[in-house]
Design a protein around this ligand. Structure first.
Ligand code: PLP
Length: 350
C-alpha cells in the first residue's frame, strides 16, 4: 500500500518536473510551454522537424529548401525524403559560409512547404541571418525550421520575434546532460509523429520520458540564457585573442568562417602544407582535444562538406583545425594552445 502511494507521488513529481523543464525551455526562447517537445538529441529533433513537416504537408507540396552546409542530421534526413519523392534545393554559401537571401527567395516555388536553415554552423561557426530568413518565410507563408543546436546558449534567440516555426536543440551543447534534446514547434503548425508508440509528448513523440535528462536540460538552458551576455563576451574575447595570436605567429594561417558574425567559442583555421589529422594526433599527446576538417576512414580522408562549400581546396580543407572554447577556458589556456599549435606546425612543415 505504502509503496503504491509512493509510486503515485513520484509519478506526479516526475510530471511536475518535466513541466517545469518545459516552462524553462519556453522562457529561454520566447515560446509557450505547450510548444516544446522533448526528444533524445538534436538529431532526433531535426528528423522529427523535417519528416514531421514533410509528411503533414505532402498534399500541399513536396519542395524543401535547405543549405549545403547543414549538419548530417539535416542533410541525411533530406536524402531520405528525396528517396520518398520530395524535392530538395540545397542553397550555396559564400566564402564566409553565409547563404544568399536573394538565392533563397529565387528558390521558393508554389510547392515549397519548408525552409530549413541552421542558426549557426558547427564547423566554421558562421551565424546565418535568421531574422531575415524568418521574414522571407513568413512573407511567402512557408514553414521555417532552424537547427539551433550550436547557437542556443551562445546567442540570444526569440522564436516569436525571429519568425521561427520550428527549432531543434540539444542539451549537451549548453552544458546539460547528453542524450536529451527538444524541438520547438509553433502552436498550430501541423506536424506528423515519426515514431509509433504511446501517447507521450501529446502523441508527437512516443517513448518513456528521460526525466532526469529533461530536468537537466531545463536547468541548463535556464542557466545558459541567464548568463548569456557575460558568457558571450568572455568567449568572444578569448576567441579573438586566439585568432590574432595564430595570425601573428603562424605564416599563411587562414581563418575559416565569418570573422565577426560567428559563434563566440568557435575557431577554425586552415594551415597550408599540413595534414589536420597529424596535427590532431600531436595535440592529443599534449591533452588538447580538437577536430580536423576531414574524416579519415579506411585510409582515405574526405574533406568536410562545409569547408568544400565555402570554396576551400582539398588541401586546405584537410589542413584545418577546429577549436571550441568553453566557460572554463582562460587566457593562459589560449597561450598554451597557441604555443603548441605553433610548435607542432613548425615541426610538421620542416
Ligand atoms: N545539429 C548541429 C548543428 C550539431 O552541431 C549537432 C551535433 O553536434 C547536431 C545537430 C546533432 O545533435 P546531437 O548530437 O544531440 O544528436
Amino acid at each position: 500500500m505504502e509503496t503504491h502511494l509512493l509510486y503515485i507521488l513520484n509519478g506526479r513529481e516526475a510530471k511536475r518536473a518535466i513541466e517545469k523543464a518545459r516552462e524553462r525551455v519556453a522562457n529561454a526562447i520566447g515560446a509557450k510551454p505547450k510548444e516544446i517537445y522533448f526528444t533524445s538529441c538534436g538529431s532526433e529533433s531535426d528528423n522529427l522537424a523535417l519528416k514531421g513537416i514533410a509528411y503533414a504537408n505532402k498534399n500541399k507540396g513536396k519542395h524543401i529548401i535547405t543549405s549545403k552546409i547543414e549538419h548530417p542530421a539535416i542533410l541525411n534526413t533530406c536524402k531520405t525524403l528525396q528517396k520518398q519523392g520530395f524535392d530538395v534545393t540545397y542553397l550555396h554559401v559564400d566564402s564566409d559560409g553565409n547563404i544568399s537571401l536573394q538565392e533563397l527567395e529565387n528558390a521558393i516555388r508554389e510547392d515549397t512547404i519548408l525552409i530549413s536553415i541552421m542558426f549557426a554552423n558547427n564547423e566554421i561557426g558562421t551565424i546565418q541571418p535568421i531574422q531575415e530568413i524568418g521574414n522571407i518565410a513568413k512573407k511567402h507563408k512557408i514553414i521555417f525550421h532552424t537547427d539551433s543546436v550550436q547557437a542556443i546558449g551562445n546567442v540570444n534567440i526569440n522564436v516569436e520575434k525571429m519568425n521561427i516555426d520550428l527549432m531543434s536543440m540539444s542539451a549537451h551543447k549548453f552544458y546539460g546532460p547528453k542524450g536529451v534534446g527538444c524541438l520547438y514547434v509553433k502552436d498550430k503548425v501541423q506536424f506528423d509523429r515519426i515514431q509509433d508508440g504511446g501517447h507521450q509528448e501529446k502523441d508527437k513523440r512516443s517513448g518513456t520520458e528521460n526525466v532526469a535528462g529533461i530536468v537537466g536540460l531545463g536547468k541548463a538552458i535556464e542557466i545558459a540564457t541567464q548568463n548569456l551576455s557575460e558568457y558571450n563576451k568572455k568567449l568572444t574575447n578569448l576567441r579573438n585573442y586566439y585568432i590574432s595570436e595564430i595570425e601573428k605567429n603562424i605564416p599563411e594561417a587562414k581563418l575559416n568562417g565569418s570573422r565577426s558574425n560567428r559563434l563566440p567559442g568557435n575557431i577554425n583555421f586552415s594551415f597550408p602544407y599540413i595534414e589536420g589529422e597529424e596535427l590532431l594526433l600531436k595535440l592529443d599527446e599534449a591533452y588538447i582535444c580538437a577536430s580536423a576538417g576531414s574524416a579519415c576512414s579506411s585510409g582515405t580522408s574526405s574533406p568536410s562538406h562545409v569547408l568544400v562549400s565555402i570554396g576551400l581546396s582539398k588541401e586546405l580543407a584537410n589542413g584545418s583545425l577546429r577549436i571550441t572554447i568553453g566557460e572554463e577556458n582562460t587566457k593562459e589556456d589560449i597561450d598554451f594552445l597557441v604555443n603548441k599549435v605553433k610548435e607542432i606546425i613548425q615541426e610538421i612543415r620542416k
